[in-house]
Design a protein around this ligand. Structure first.
Ligand code: GLA
Length: 373
């Protein structure tokens, strides 16, 4: 199967950890639809670690937790499908999952078949408890082969956190997205760390196998499994802007049954989502700046540019860039008509450069049209 744009949806882990059950999944599915998130493209609901019993059955098949999922998984998948949503599930290439549930090592084909039978559409595949003598790429290829032959279209979401030079082999495994970073936490420091880690991995991002910067913490406000200190709404907006600019899969991690209007407005900004989902999927590149204050850009399918001016530092920044740093020099006789996608403000670059003030932890995200002078 080919996955043309970065998958979007909601994942249980950030807020609920292993405390998941059929009721939570159905309520969250309802919330995806009722809040309009599904209409914005968030259509995968991914059940992360903690959904199974601790033992396989007599046929070596995974068994859904009898208390959490008394009716099994298939009816949950049916419920999601009836709402136009898709079901994601979770397993791991090692002896057990990160939270110590049975994992798929040496059960790859039977597990892929089981997921297909249940109506699963997406598999997040972790890297914990990997046998030391088994190269990760072989284990991921094995599951990739099992999924590609299971008789159902299942998105293969690798989650090896960039370990063992994942970028060198992930595209050989059939994965459709791959975790290019360690785990996210709901802190500003974590957002900064993951952003900085992403920069050298830009060239490995591409059509059909997207760099996954991890699930969003937007809206968690310090609550839940990876809650910790929480972030401000400005920081959440910056986080969302960077993920969209880089074309990361967008998997919401907050409790979408209880979102504030401010948080919904961040997650549902259609112009920002359109940057993330741009069909050309060109590589994002650094225009100028350093690790903390930078301008990153991406050429979009219709000829516009997405331009992010990001201030991760703790002090205000007078941000600027020269159009020549994007390749548009004086011989081109072009400037940029810029629309900032959070404020809606429209402005034009001067002939050779653009300048704007960006507050600490804030970011300006533009869609820029290339126009004749
Ligand atoms: C790892 C993954 C997380 C989550 C947990 C579940 O840490 O990176 O995203 O899936 O395992 O245990």
């Amino acid at each position: 199967m080919i996955v043309k744009t970065p998958p979007m949806g909601w994942n249980t882990w950030n807020t609920f950890g292993i405390n998941i059950d059929e009721k939570l999944i159905k309520e969250s599915a309802d919330a995806l639809v009722q809040t309009g998130l599904a209409d914005c493209g968030y259509n995968y609901l991914v059940m992360d670690d903690g959904w199974s019993e601790h033992k396989r059955d007599e046929n070596n098949r995974l068994v859904p937790d009898h208390v959490k999922f008394p009716n099994g998984i298939a009816p949950v998948a049916d419920y999601l499908h009836s709402k136009g949503l898709k079901l994601g599930m979770y397993s791991c290439c090692g002896y057990q999952t990160c939270a110590a549930y049975p994992a798929s090592y040496e059960f790859e084909f039977v597990d892929a078949e089981t997921f297909a039978e249940w109506g699963v559409d997406f598999l997040k595949y972790d890297y914990c408890y990997k046998p030391n003598n088994e190269p990760g790429q072989l284990l991921y290829r094995r599951m990739g082969t099992a999924l590609a032959n299971c008789g159902r279209d299942i998105v293969f979401s690798g989650c090896s956190w960039g370990a063992d030079n994942t970028h060198e082999w992930i595209k050989s495994t059939g994965a459709h997205m791959w975790r290019s970073t360690g785990d996210i936490f709901d802190t500003w420091d974590s957002i900064k760390t993951l952003t900085k880690a992403q920069n050298p991995l830009f060239p490995y991002n591409g059509h059909g196998c997207f760099n996954d910067m991890d699930m969003l913490v937007v809206g968690m406000r310090g609550k839940g499994n990876v809650g910790f200190a929480g972030c401000t709404d400005v920081e959440y907006r910056t986080h969302f802007s960077i993920w969209a600019l880089c074309g990361s899969p967008l998997m919401i991690g907050c409790d979408i049954r209880n979102m504030s209007p401010e948080i919904a407005a961040i997650l549902k900004n259609k112009e920002v989502i359109a940057i993330d989902q741009d069909p050309a999927y060109n590589q994002v590149f650094r225009v100028t700046g350093d690790e903390d204050r930078f301008v990153w850009a991406r050429l979009l399918a219709n000829g516009d540019y997405a331009i992010g001016m990001v201030n991760l530092s703790d002090t205000p920044w007078r941000a600027s860039f020269a159009l020549s740093d994007m390749g548009i020099n004086g011989t081109c006789k072009r400037k940029l008509d810029m629309k900032e996608l959070w404020s809606g403000e429209e402005t034009s670059s001067l002939e050779g450069y653009f300048m704007v003030d960006v507050a600490a932890h804030d970011c300006k995200l533009y869609r820029a049209k290339v126009v004749k002078i």
